[in-house]
Design a protein around this ligand. Sequence first.
Ligand SMILES: Cc1cc2nc3c(=O)[nH]c(=O)nc-3n(C[C@H](O)[C@H](O)[C@H](O)COP(=O)(O)OP(=O)(O)OC[C@H]3O[C@@H](n4cnc5c(N)ncnc54)[C@H](O)[C@@H]3O)c2cc1C
Length: 477
Amino acid sequence: MSTDYDVIVIGSGAAGMSAAIEARLAGASVMVLEADDHLGGATRNSTGVVYACNSSTQKEKGIEDSADAVYDYIMTLNQHAVRPDLIRTYADECGPMLEWLKEKGVEFPANMLVHSDVTDVQRGHTSKTFGLGIADALINRAGALGVETALGTRVDGLLVEQGKVVGITADGTDLRAPSVIIATGGFGNSPEMLAKYYPTAAYHGDRTWAVHRDAPFILGDGITLGQSVGAEITGYDTGLLNPSPCFDSRYVEAFLPPWLIAVNKHGKRFMAEWESYAVCGYLISEQPDKRCWAIFDHPTMVENGDDLSYADPYNSGLAISSWEEITITREVEKGVAHRADSIAEVARMAGLDPEAVEETVRRYNEDVEVHGEDRQFRKDGNGHKLTPIKTAPFYAVEVRAAIIGFTAAGLDITADCEVRDTRSKVIEGLYAAGEVLGCFHGKRYAGGGTSIGSGVVFGRRAGTVAAHHALAAPVPA
Ligand SMILES: Cc1cc2nc3c(=O)[nH]c(=O)nc-3n(C[C@H](O)[C@H](O)[C@H](O)COP(=O)(O)OP(=O)(O)OC[C@H]3O[C@@H](n4cnc5c(N)ncnc54)[C@H](O)[C@@H]3O)c2cc1C
């Protein structure tokens, strides 16, 4: 069989470029095909947090951590409804993966190490130059190794011979290789895919929005390509949704500020409002009608609305501009946010039960004024005093978990990144890694940095295994 390359990689984000580097290091000739007019994918536009334990950055800060702790945490958070083999691999490999990225030139300063999950250990390693720094480092390394790339090349089919994947097609051109790696990312930009595989996100219609504006091909092509050769699709209705007020001005945000309270349709609180984005979007989506209302008073908003130390406790680089006075006032004038001189009236305007909201606010005020703490939901103000909601005017703002952080339905792989069919049999010659997978993340996102982190961990493995398959060499353990 004639071949053009040993390994073809579809997609040039963290997963694809990590795969390309390892495949090349294993001796394979590698071509990366990218639909967009530049390399880097959504990875390039991300915040660049990478979730890892046992890193030199953690050690610099005197943080003790372990792979076992990461494994136990992710398994427990997901009530063990995740793949233990993949989680074990991630837990064991995430530390070496971070050092591997550092060797490629990505800087993860100790002062940008953050809490990005719901443990008390800092595991969110923020790249000094965010996602761009990670993408560039991988692209540069791949280029230096002789990985070839083709831009503006949207793969639209897989070549199959005798049940094996032997190449790809793109706009009528065939390219042959004994190993093909799908690393096409998620499908946040495709309303059809969202409706089919992530209905919780699609539920909000036009209110749902992806922040992948600069990565237009995040359309789920990897799912379609996989399905064309019988691949299993798993991870239905999973991903990450972040809270977003129903304003037309769409700011990229990951948190609610701690100084407001959120009530559901029944006027009741249901979480410490300032929960990590590992959990807060899910908690909102689990409320009736998948939404809630932020309730706050004028002086608190004026005092805190533009305080970024409040707004960005995890140093995520994501500001919370929605809650600044200028934004709220504009939205009140448009009739989108509600303002009134009493809690009962503002609740009524928002369609909530006035008495229930009054009682919720009374209890919250009693907690913070009399007891000095949120006794009900243990909300931590991160050093800032929690303030009562008692001085008119009062506000009510509808909030939904409607910003797509990433999608998590997709292909099913073995621990060696071989794509499996609907009977769990390996499709020879086909590998996958990154956001295109549906078998890694569970119902709850473990924490900031596990998307890029798992993309690099499994991308590296996919590259190694695919190269050895192409070169007919035994795959290293
Ligand atoms: C605002 C924001 C911030 C984020 N911050 C973080 C963070 O800090 N940490 C974290 O872990 N995650 C973060 N994420 C999620 C993370 O960015 C992605 O999940 C991750 O980068 C996906 O990497 P990937 O390599 O799988 O895919 P991508 O980086 O998306 O790359 C996929 C590539 O495949 C290309 N492609 C698609 N289809 C085809 C085709 N048919 N032919 C050829 N090429 C194709 C695309 O154009 C794209 O370039 C963030 C997401 C958002 C929206």
